[in-house]
Design a protein around this ligand. Structure first.
Ligand code: 76B
Ligand code: MG
Length: 215
């Protein structure tokens, strides 16, 4: 059967990128998605905003919801300080299989723990299973209707604490209206919108950065 889009994206990485060079993997994926086939990676424009926030935060414990092909996983992992811990959750086994190879091609497999399964099932188990107490940064990029319930579950499990930064992709397109209303109206979050565009297009989209102020 014909290869899937993630598999074709992986072929583009293997054909163009240099093994062990994260930037070349990022460049190869952006080139493929801009000139060959669009794919739902965070992309280079929003990716640069993500980079600057990761550099500024220098987080030790990072959670990503929605690995997809591992593009944002590579963008984040390449900037983490030594000894940082990065867990990324992927629901779709085919996406996860491609992401493992993309992350491996970037030489970042030792920095990332890719966990397969639904966010709702894994969040309550992250502390006892991975020994993580709280996250400094959570990148939300999975099913858009899952952003709010998963944020509430992370709060209830104590994995979001004072100072934790939530960074949400696609708050305009496809849109996460209930999540946006929650973080913007809650007295427990200081929220800010970084205006940008839907990856590889001129359509408006952006990232919402929300700092938890504690209960
Ligand atoms: C752990 C866990 C993980 C997941 C999970 N893993 N991977 C995903 C993918 C989610 N991402 C998207 O759907 C998405 C869509 C668009 C888009 C599409 C079509 C358009 F026309 C315009 C925009 C753009 C984007 O940037 C997106 O990120 N979900 C799900 C559940 N549990
Ligand atoms: Mg996205």
């Amino acid at each position: 059967t014909r290869k899937s889009r993630p598999q074709r994206l992986l072929k583009a990485v293997e054909g163009k990128a240099t093994l062990g060079d994260p930037q070349s993997v990022i460049t190869a994926i952006d080139h493929f998605c801009r000139h060959k086939e669009w794919a739902m990676n965070v992309g280079d424009e929003k990716g640069s905003i993500l980079d600057s926030l990761v550099i500024e935060l220098s987080p030790v414990n990072v959670l990503e919801l929605g690995t997809y092909c591992g593009y944002s996983t590579v963008r984040i992992a390449r900037l983490l300080p030594p000894g940082a811990r990065f867990i990324t959750l992927e629901f779709n086994p085919d996406y996860a299989a491609v992401a493992r190879q993309v992350i491996g091609w970037a030489g970042l497999e030792d920095k990332v723990q890719l966990v397969e399964g639904a966010s709702g099932d894994w969040i309550p188990r992250l502390r006892e299973h991975f020994g993580v107490q709280m996250f400094d940064l959570v990148f939300l990029d999975h099913w858009k209707d899952q952003y709010l319930p998963d944020t509430k579950q992370l709060e209830e499990c104590g994995l979001i604490q004072k100072g934790t930064v939530l960074l949400a992709d696609n708050v305009i397109c496809p849109g996460t209206p209930d999540y946006l209303k929650y973080v913007r109206n809650s007295p427990h979050y200081d929220s800010r919108y970084y205006r940008s565009h839907l990856e590889y297009t001129k359509v408006e989209d952006g990232l919402e950065k929300s700092v938890f102020l504690g209960f």
